[in-house]
Write a protein that binds this ligand. Structure first.
Ligand SMILES: Nc1ncnc2c1ncn2[C@@H]1O[C@H](COP(=O)(O)OP(=O)(O)O)[C@@H](O)[C@H]1O
Ligand SMILES: [Mg+2]
Length: 304
């Protein structure tokens, strides 16, 4: 559904995107994962025809994003990084406005607006000005607006940034519902967790380049799974604990900065083995925590 090859975008001496290849199959979710400035928005904007590439080619639904931008526009929806709804209009009026702009009759436009408000749980707030909406509601309205034309491909640029946890989960469910109905989704995110939850494929961008691509599982295998951190009261104890865990078959690493030993824990059953080993070791554990890998860990692992 999306095929990009050798895409580059430069602004004078800034290389926002360099030689990016991307392939997205129909009906799947692909996440573009990267820190601020990695090039995510630039890539989304090129694919959604808002920005011409400096070089390279891209096709969406079989249409060239430069030469056939009109046809591309007819099959895509875009929810940008920043809210694009008219704050003074109600949710209903925002949706009707877009439907009318897309050529729907007054009746069709109202019907589509009602349908989308219902789908996004916004019916009770339908007649209120969008400026009175919470962040989560506004984000849902943003996405609803981008769905008015029933796009086959939906671009979501950092859809969950700034949302509270409950709104984020509800957004994830919305995306899953769209994909179940056959929509192809390309979303950008700074959260490994989000990519893992939603995406079939992940492309990691760093400084405008693709530094990794694969399934979330492949990426995680590369980065390492969640880790257990055991803190001792001195370095000597940390060394003892590290050696003991390694004897038990764990790939334990002593931290260079403090008296902590960290151990990958791929399966939950690893917890019991780690705790058992720690209890059998002559070194008092004063702290215990578990961490999930973050985007920083992905970059670190890739750098290694
Ligand atoms: N119009 C522009 N002029 C100059 N530099 C830009 C412009 N747009 C983006 N950039 C630069 O391109 C890089 C990628 O930006 P962007 O695609 O917005 O990253 P992301 O969305 O991943 O945060 C950044 O270094 C950014 O400063
Ligand atoms: Mg961006």
């Amino acid at each position: 559904m999306i095929q990009a090859s050798g895409l580059s975008k430069s602004y004078q001496n800034v290389h926002a995107l360099q030689d990016v290849d991307l392939r997205v199959e129909e009906g799947t979710v692909t996440a573009l994962l990267g820190h601020n400035g990695a090039g995510k928005t630039t890539l989304v904007n090129i694919l959604s025809t808002l920005l011409p590439p400096t070089s390279g080619t891209a096709m969406v639904a079989g249409y060239d994003v430069v030469r056939q931008s009109r046809q591309v526009c007819n099959v895509i929806g875009l929810t940008g990084q920043f809210a694009s709804v008219d704050e003074s209009l109600s949710g209903f009026d925002n949706l009707v406005l877009i439907a009318r702009l897309l050529g729907a009759s007054r009746l069709e436009a109202r019907r589509r607006a009602d349908e989308l408000l219902d789908m996004f749980g916004l019916t009770p707030a339908a007649r209120r000005a969008a400026r009175t909406y919470s962040g989560g509601m506004r984000r849902r309205l943003d996405i609803a607006v981008s769905l008015v034309g029933r796009p086959r491909v939906l671009f979501l640029d950092e859809p969950s940034t700034g949302l509270d946890p409950a709104s984020r989960i509800s957004l994830w469910e919305t995306v899953e519902g769209l994909v179940a109905d056959g929509t192809t989704v390309l979303l950008t995110t700074q959260y490994l967790e989000e990519a893992e939850r939603l995406a079939d494929q992940v492309t990691v961008l760093s400084k405008g380049k693709v530094v990794a691509a694969g399934t979330p599982k492949e990426l995680k295998a590369h980065v390492g799974e969640r880790r257990v951190h055991l803190t001792m009261s001195c370095r000597a104890d940390a060394a003892t604990m590290g050696a003991s865990l390694r004897r038990a078959g764990f790939n334990a690493i002593e931290s260079p900065d403090d008296c902590t030993v960290s151990v990958p824990a791929a399966e939950f059953t690893d917890f019991a083995d780690i705790v058992r080993t720690a209890a059998d070791t002559r070194a008092a554990v004063v702290g215990f925590s578990v961490s999930e890998p973050s985007l920083d860990d992905v970059y670190l692992a890739l750098a290694r």
